[in-house]
Design a protein around this ligand. Structure first.
Ligand code: ADP
Ligand code: MG
Length: 302
């Protein structure tokens, strides 16, 4: 027996590494007028690494002490930046407790994490998004300088705070996925519109990734809710947005988009549930491929 075109296309999409959850999703994918991509974990490989630890002057902690505190605070984090901090600590021979999050661990989506480590209130994240009301002014100024310098270079700056005062700034670097530029071009050709980059990271880091992948429309410094608002606005203006995310901090945007696609392997359980399709192949080219497939299947149905 021959399969109906939509089912055949779902099975075909699966062979190309995209698990499409239903025929309705496939029809929606065929309507895509704009592809929006998250940066970290989507356009980038999602395995960033800590390349520099900049210790602030005045403290009595060594670089290793700081790395241990930061990594212990990040143990419960699902964010690629958190994983990078943990890996950096383990790579420099630090023994961290396996698995379990530190006491009082809280993930602040799009901001960072906080936890109690060795009796200290440790926060790790974006300096502009963490509360520094009680910070020592000199430390805050010094941290600001390091953060700006790292942003200038197009990298991600992650600040470590102890009791609300910055003690170090980590430089985190992530690389664009192989084939990402190709996937962006194919999406542009299919939809007639250049894809959009959405990110919680700072403008300079976003610009670097945009330049490397050929994206001209960039919205940076967004909180998870703001990503969802932008998608909502575009939908209101008649766009049918396919949002591609890694599932960390983009679940609200994914729920708002016409279709949400999660880059599978890294995706959290929550997003795999929110997503309409899961990209299990580690390749962004699966996105234009599945949109093209969806269109062809619809032509056969009609
Ligand atoms: P993106 O949109 O690029 O995926 P996110 O919205 O997930 O970025 O995060 C935005 C920023 O918040 C990151 O660039 C990082 O500076 C900070 N951040 C988020 N989670 C963490 C964490 N667990 N540890 C340190 N920094 C974090
Ligand atoms: Mg992300």
């Amino acid at each position: 027996a021959t399969m109906p075109p939509m089912l055949a296309a779902i099975s075909n999409a699966g062979r190309h590494g995209v698990l499409v959850k239903s025929a309705v999703v496939l029809e929606r994918l065929a309507d895509t007028s704009l592809v929006a991509l998250d940066k970290t974990g989507t356009l980038t490989g999602g395995r960033p690494s800590v390349t520099h630890v900049r210790r602030l002057s005045g403290g009595d902690l060594t670089e290793r002490d700081i790395l241990r505190l930061a990594a212990t605070a990040e143990l419960g984090s699902e964010h690629p930046v958190g994983a990078a901090v943990v890996t950096a600590a383990r790579d420099s021979g630090l023994d961290l407790p396996e698995g379990a999050a530190a006491p009082g661990f809280t993930a602040m989506p799009g901001r960072g994490v906080s936890a109690t480590v060795q009796g200290r209130q440790i926060e790790v994240g974006d300096l502009d998004r963490l509360s520094t009301a009680g910070a020592r002014p000199a430390s805050l100024r010094e941290a600001r300088g390091f953060v700006d310098d790292i942003h200038q270079r197009g990298h991600t700056a992650v600040t470590v705070l102890d009791g609300g005062t910055p003690i170090a700034v980590l430089q985190v670097e992530d690389t664009v996925r192989p084939g990402a530029g190709d996937a962006v071009r194919r999406c542009a050709r299919l939809t007639g519109t250049s894809p959009l980059l959405l990110t919680g990271d700072q403008p300079r880091a976003a610009q670097r990734v945009a330049a490397e992948t050929g994206i001209s429309d960039v919205r940076a410094g967004l909180l998870p809710e703001e990503k969802a608002e932008i998608i909502g606005d575009l939908e209101q203006r008649g766009q049918r947005v396919a949002l591609v995310g890694d599932g960390i901090n983009d679940a609200p945007a994914m729920a708002t988009a016409h279709t949400g696609l999660a880059m599978g392997a890294a995706g959290s359980g929550v997003t795999v549930q929110t997503a309409d399709a899961v990209v299990v192949r580690d390749d962004l080219n699966a996105i234009p491929t599945v949109i093209a497939l969806a269109r062809r299947a619809r032509r056969l149905v009609i």
